[in-house]
Design a protein. Structure first.
Length: 137
Protein backbone atom coordinates (compact mmCIF):
# COMPACT_ATOMS: atom_id res chain seq x y z
CA UNK A 1 0.00 0.00 0.00
CA UNK A 2 2.93 2.32 0.68
CA UNK A 3 4.18 1.80 -2.87
CA UNK A 4 0.71 2.48 -4.24
CA UNK A 5 0.57 5.76 -2.31
CA UNK A 6 3.90 6.78 -3.84
CA UNK A 7 2.69 5.81 -7.31
CA UNK A 8 -0.51 7.84 -6.94
CA UNK A 9 1.46 10.85 -5.72
CA UNK A 10 3.53 10.75 -8.92
CA UNK A 11 0.54 10.63 -11.29
CA UNK A 12 0.25 13.54 -13.70
CA UNK A 13 -3.22 15.09 -13.52
CA UNK A 14 -2.79 16.26 -17.12
CA UNK A 15 -2.28 12.70 -18.37
CA UNK A 16 -5.25 11.45 -20.42
CA UNK A 17 -5.21 8.26 -18.33
CA UNK A 18 -5.28 10.10 -15.00
CA UNK A 19 -8.88 9.21 -14.07
CA UNK A 20 -8.29 5.61 -15.12
CA UNK A 21 -5.10 5.37 -13.08
CA UNK A 22 -6.78 6.79 -9.98
CA UNK A 23 -9.59 4.28 -10.44
CA UNK A 24 -7.04 1.46 -10.67
CA UNK A 25 -5.46 2.70 -7.42
CA UNK A 26 -8.89 2.74 -5.79
CA UNK A 27 -9.48 -0.84 -6.90
CA UNK A 28 -6.16 -1.92 -5.38
CA UNK A 29 -7.29 -0.38 -2.09
CA UNK A 30 -10.58 -2.24 -2.38
CA UNK A 31 -8.86 -5.50 -3.21
CA UNK A 32 -6.66 -5.18 -0.11
CA UNK A 33 -9.62 -3.97 1.95
CA UNK A 34 -7.84 -0.75 2.88
CA UNK A 35 -10.20 2.23 2.91
CA UNK A 36 -8.76 5.43 1.47
CA UNK A 37 -11.55 7.92 1.94
CA UNK A 38 -9.62 10.78 0.34
CA UNK A 39 -8.92 8.80 -2.84
CA UNK A 40 -12.51 7.57 -2.92
CA UNK A 41 -13.88 11.10 -2.72
CA UNK A 42 -11.43 12.28 -5.38
CA UNK A 43 -12.57 9.58 -7.81
CA UNK A 44 -16.24 10.21 -6.95
CA UNK A 45 -15.67 13.77 -8.25
CA UNK A 46 -13.83 12.69 -11.41
CA UNK A 47 -14.85 14.32 -14.70
CA UNK A 48 -14.92 10.78 -16.16
CA UNK A 49 -18.28 9.10 -15.56
CA UNK A 50 -16.71 5.64 -15.76
CA UNK A 51 -14.44 6.53 -12.84
CA UNK A 52 -17.37 7.99 -10.86
CA UNK A 53 -19.40 4.83 -11.45
CA UNK A 54 -16.52 2.62 -10.33
CA UNK A 55 -15.99 4.75 -7.23
CA UNK A 56 -19.70 4.52 -6.44
CA UNK A 57 -19.41 0.73 -6.54
CA UNK A 58 -16.42 0.89 -4.17
CA UNK A 59 -18.38 3.21 -1.88
CA UNK A 60 -21.04 0.51 -1.68
CA UNK A 61 -18.46 -2.00 -0.46
CA UNK A 62 -16.98 0.48 2.04
CA UNK A 63 -20.33 1.90 3.20
CA UNK A 64 -19.83 0.73 6.77
CA UNK A 65 -16.41 2.39 7.03
CA UNK A 66 -16.96 5.70 5.23
CA UNK A 67 -18.65 8.40 7.29
CA UNK A 68 -21.74 9.83 5.62
CA UNK A 69 -21.74 7.11 2.95
CA UNK A 70 -25.44 7.63 2.31
CA UNK A 71 -24.91 11.38 1.82
CA UNK A 72 -22.19 10.60 -0.73
CA UNK A 73 -24.61 8.27 -2.51
CA UNK A 74 -27.27 10.97 -2.50
CA UNK A 75 -25.00 13.10 -4.66
CA UNK A 76 -24.42 10.13 -6.98
CA UNK A 77 -28.13 9.47 -7.57
CA UNK A 78 -28.27 13.02 -8.94
CA UNK A 79 -25.29 12.51 -11.27
CA UNK A 80 -25.60 13.40 -14.96
CA UNK A 81 -24.49 9.89 -15.94
CA UNK A 82 -27.13 7.14 -15.88
CA UNK A 83 -24.37 4.60 -15.12
CA UNK A 84 -23.40 6.46 -11.96
CA UNK A 85 -27.04 6.79 -10.92
CA UNK A 86 -27.56 3.07 -11.49
CA UNK A 87 -24.58 2.20 -9.27
CA UNK A 88 -25.87 4.56 -6.57
CA UNK A 89 -29.36 3.07 -6.62
CA UNK A 90 -27.87 -0.42 -6.36
CA UNK A 91 -25.67 0.68 -3.46
CA UNK A 92 -28.68 2.01 -1.57
CA UNK A 93 -30.11 -1.52 -1.47
CA UNK A 94 -27.36 -2.58 0.95
CA UNK A 95 -28.33 -0.11 3.67
CA UNK A 96 -30.71 -0.97 6.47
CA UNK A 97 -32.61 2.28 6.74
CA UNK A 98 -35.65 3.92 5.21
CA UNK A 99 -33.49 6.94 4.33
CA UNK A 100 -31.71 4.77 1.73
CA UNK A 101 -35.05 4.29 -0.05
CA UNK A 102 -35.58 8.06 -0.10
CA UNK A 103 -32.11 8.54 -1.55
CA UNK A 104 -32.60 5.86 -4.22
CA UNK A 105 -35.90 7.37 -5.34
CA UNK A 106 -34.16 10.67 -6.08
CA UNK A 107 -32.65 9.00 -9.15
CA UNK A 108 -36.02 9.49 -10.82
CA UNK A 109 -35.53 13.27 -10.67
CA UNK A 110 -32.84 12.98 -13.38
CA UNK A 111 -34.99 10.91 -15.74
CA UNK A 112 -36.44 12.65 -18.78
CA UNK A 113 -39.80 11.08 -17.95
CA UNK A 114 -39.86 10.03 -14.26
CA UNK A 115 -43.07 8.06 -14.76
CA UNK A 116 -41.32 6.01 -17.47
CA UNK A 117 -37.65 5.80 -16.40
CA UNK A 118 -34.80 4.04 -18.16
CA UNK A 119 -35.38 0.27 -18.12
CA UNK A 120 -32.22 -0.54 -16.14
CA UNK A 121 -32.69 2.25 -13.60
CA UNK A 122 -36.31 1.16 -13.10
CA UNK A 123 -35.37 -2.49 -12.66
CA UNK A 124 -32.63 -1.69 -10.17
CA UNK A 125 -34.83 0.79 -8.34
CA UNK A 126 -37.65 -1.77 -8.08
CA UNK A 127 -35.23 -4.35 -6.64
CA UNK A 128 -33.74 -1.78 -4.26
CA UNK A 129 -37.18 -0.83 -3.01
CA UNK A 130 -37.98 -4.51 -2.42
CA UNK A 131 -34.79 -4.87 -0.38
CA UNK A 132 -35.54 -1.75 1.63
CA UNK A 133 -39.28 -2.32 2.06
CA UNK A 134 -38.94 -3.67 5.60
CA UNK A 135 -37.10 -0.49 6.67
CA UNK A 136 -39.65 1.95 5.27
CA UNK A 137 -42.56 0.96 7.49
Amino acid sequence: MAELTKWVAKLDSKDTNYAHNLTEALWVHQWHNVVDEELLKQVLQSPDHHARAAATRVLCYWRDRVPDALALLEARVKDESPRVRLEAVRACSFFKTGKAAEVALQALDKEANPSKPDYYIKYCLDETMKALDKYTK
